[in-house]
Design a protein. Sequence first.
Length: 285
Amino acid sequence: MLAQCGIVVTGALVRLTGSGLGCPTWPECTTGSLVPVEHQAQGWHKYIEFGNRMLTFVVAVVCIASLVIALRTRPRRGPIVTLSALGLGGVFAQAVLGGITVLAGLHPATVAAHFLLSIVLIYFAHAAYVRSGESSDAEPKPLVRREALFVGKLLVFLSAVILSLGTIVTGSGPHSGDAKTTVRFQLDPRVISWLHADVVIFFVGLLCVTVLMLRMIDAPKLAQKRAISLLVVSLAQGLIGYVQYFTGLPELLVALHILGALLVWLGSLDLYHSLQSREPAASSS
């Protein structure tokens, strides 16, 4: 999970430093060479892009290790094996999609797909991590009222919508990933940014209601703590979003905003999982 999040952040740094086409071809870095060459026209950008490509192998090794452990664990846990296999397959799919992104000249649609696939892979990694800490593969049982569980699921959905809209905002803005790239979504950045912000405001409002609801129904303490933590992270993320918008999208704030987006996604998943359990109920005797 940390490896998947890490490569998202480093990928963002590639884009924010204008190094997206530091290696202008794929799978080679430059024509005739798999690695950067000294007199390559892309200058220092080639090392940043190539370094990010190499991190894919690190993530692959982590996923392979996770799959091997899942296969060797006895009794074998089918769901964990499946999630680990999906994570490993996703790394290979991500490498191919990354190549398509380069060959397409950093078209914003492929860049968005590249990011969103990482979000899916983080979901798989998170699910595998949660399942590995559970002793049962039975269907989860709610620890709260059905309405509260639905709200938890809705928060996960809304966080996914926010991430998707964020890719459209990025694809309409100035940070294309390379100074020579001019292809952007033909959308008004101001309009799409405010649409994105509106969904965030709704998300934060619903989260405030969730914090109060969980307290009123005496939900598990872990769920209450995670709801409060997610609210704090979301408020900080919203603040960073507004500041970066009104200050012309400085690279550092954009990078922090991407990191914050990952924390909101993980926080939403954590909160939802804390509202249910696969563990057998404790005996009252």
